[in-house]
Design a protein. Structure first.
Length: 478
């Protein structure tokens, strides 16, 4: 096996250079769990160089730093040696040893010790600068800039362009909306932004120490109508959980609910939340009402006439990675479809992208509504995506081989899915394929009842109503 040597990383942290002797390799890839890039190879036979970009444009988006994670340099027939010390730039943190490349957020490692984190928390908990006419957005702990916060951001930018918009991100691979300011979680800039914004818009729990300042408000949009039991309703008596739920729910000033059922369920699960609840449909679903999936299909390289299945399971409390109940490549072959795989946000960082012929992993695609619009049918299990996809009126299928375990041991349900599901429940991939061949009209009555109960306010104007309430109640100024 030939040898190659790590030569350098440019000072901007945009290119990693590997050099070797002899014939130029046919390919060289920097391969990670959620992104891969090909090197630009040069050389005329005596020596060669591979220049790996440390940025990538995914799904037709902006050119951004690679997502944080562990990458491998893969050059057929070549072993990579040498190393480069850790380099910290304004965009990312990178270190190389042999063929192993570690990419991280542009956060000084000295800020990651317990003492440094505690010092930052104390500093910004006691912040005395005046509040800004600004909103601080966070979606799924900064893993994406999406969901309800994204839809609210877009409407707020339209009607109140003077509002400063900060977005919390785990690293700068997360693309934020036009005009927004990305702040990397845990940095001084992140702490400052969260402490001076008049309004925090989040779809999950607030991370780290949060000390509300006078005049500051929190809009909790949550991230789905619940089927599975949440918070205080989860199985088992755990006093620490009860204390944490009570403390968290008291941080919220307003709770957004998709429908009256969700409003009742969420307020009870979160320690009988007694502050305002806005039942306005979900802003993230506005695009599903009259949107077109053509642009997303083109961005993903899917033909207009191809059948597209979206497989979107929820996460499990007893495992980090996405369930493996579907072989996506086999499903694509069995059905003649393109299969989009979208894991839950909790499986984004520990997992890796699905791959195979006619398989596209869209777990990191920020705007889930665009992915749904691109699909002809949904395959899910217990995910709240079922309450969103039903806005489209397109067929849904429920692959639930672990139904009894999930219902009886892991979480439990608020209602019997088998009695109300607007599509068939199946226990295997083969049964799923058979169900996909059947006429979905069998479930049309259930589907109509489902939409009446859960989608009555999903009329395409939810973001408009939510932002109007934000401005009318002076949570922000125009």
């Amino acid at each position: 096996m030939r040898l190659a040597t790590i030569e350098e990383i440019d000072q901007d942290g945009t290119v990693l250079v590997v050099s070797g002797e002899g014939e130029r390799p046919e390919s060289a890839i920097l391969d990670g769990p959620r992104a891969s890039v090909s090197a630009r190879l040069t050389g005329r036979g005596r020596t060669w160089k591979a220049r790996f970009p440390l940025r990538a444009a995914r799904w037709g988006g902006a050119l951004l730093p690679l997502p944080s994670g562990e990458y491998r340099i893969r050059i057929p027939g070549v072993r990579v040696t040498g190393s480069v010390p850790m380099l910290l730039t304004d965009h990312l943190r990178v270190a190389v040893t042999g063929d192993a490349v570690t990419v991280g957020p542009p956060r000084d490692p000295s800020l990651e010790s317990a003492e440094a984190r505690a010092a930052l928390e104390r500093r910004y908990a006691a912040h005395t600068s005046p509040l800004e006419n600004a909103a601080f957005f966070e979606s799924f702990y900064g893993r994406v800039a999406g969901d309800n916060p994204l839809a609210i951001d877009r409407e707020l930018a339209r009607v109140a362009p003077g509002v400063v918009r900060y977005w919390s991100v785990v690293d700068l691979s997360v693309e934020v909306p036009d005009g927004a300011i990305a702040v990397v979680e845990g940095t001084a800039a992140w702490w400052r932004a969260r402490s001076v914004a008049r309004l925090l818009v989040v779809n999950d729990w607030l991370r780290r120490t949060y000390a509300r300042r006078a005049g500051q408000r929190v809009l909790q949009t949550w991230h789905g109508t619940p089927l599975k039991r949440l918070a205080l309703h989860r199985p088992g008596w755990q006093p620490r959980r009860w204390g944490a739920v009570l403390k968290e729910s008291r941080r919220w000033d307003v709770l957004l609910a998709q429908n009256p059922y969700a409003a009742r369920t969420l307020t009870r699960a979160y320690a009988f939340f007694r502050r305002p609840v806005w039942v306005e449909g979900y802003p993230r679903n506005d695009g599903l009402v009259a949107g077109d999936g053509g642009a997303t299909r083109r961005a993903l390289g899917i033909g207009a006439d191809e059948r597209v299945l979206l497989y979107a399971p929820t996460w499990r409390d007893d495992r980090e990675r996405m369930v493996d109940f579907v072989d996506p490549a086999l499903l694509a072959e069995q059905t003649g479809s393109v299969v989009l795989v979208r894991g839950h946000s909790r499986t984004l960082l520990p997992g890796e992208s699905a791959s195979g012929p006619r398989v596209i992993d869209v777990t990191g695609f920020a705007d889930a509504s665009r992915v749904m619009l691109a699909a002809d049918a949904l395959v899910t299990d217990y995910s709240s995506v079922m309450f969103d996809f039903s806005v489209t009126g397109r067929p849904m299928y429920f692959l639930v081989p672990d139904l009894e375990h999930f219902r009886g041991d892991l979480r439990g349900f608020y209602f019997d899915l088998a009695e109300r599901a607007p599509g068939p429940l199946v226990a295997s991939q083969d049964a799923l394929v058979e169900a996909l061949r059947a006429d979905p009209a069998e479930f049309s009555d259930r589907y109509r009842a489902w939409r009446r109960r859960f989608n009555a306010r999903d009329d395409g104007r939810s973001a408009e109503r939510v932002v109007a309430r934000i401005l009318d109640q002076r949570l922000l100024e125009r």
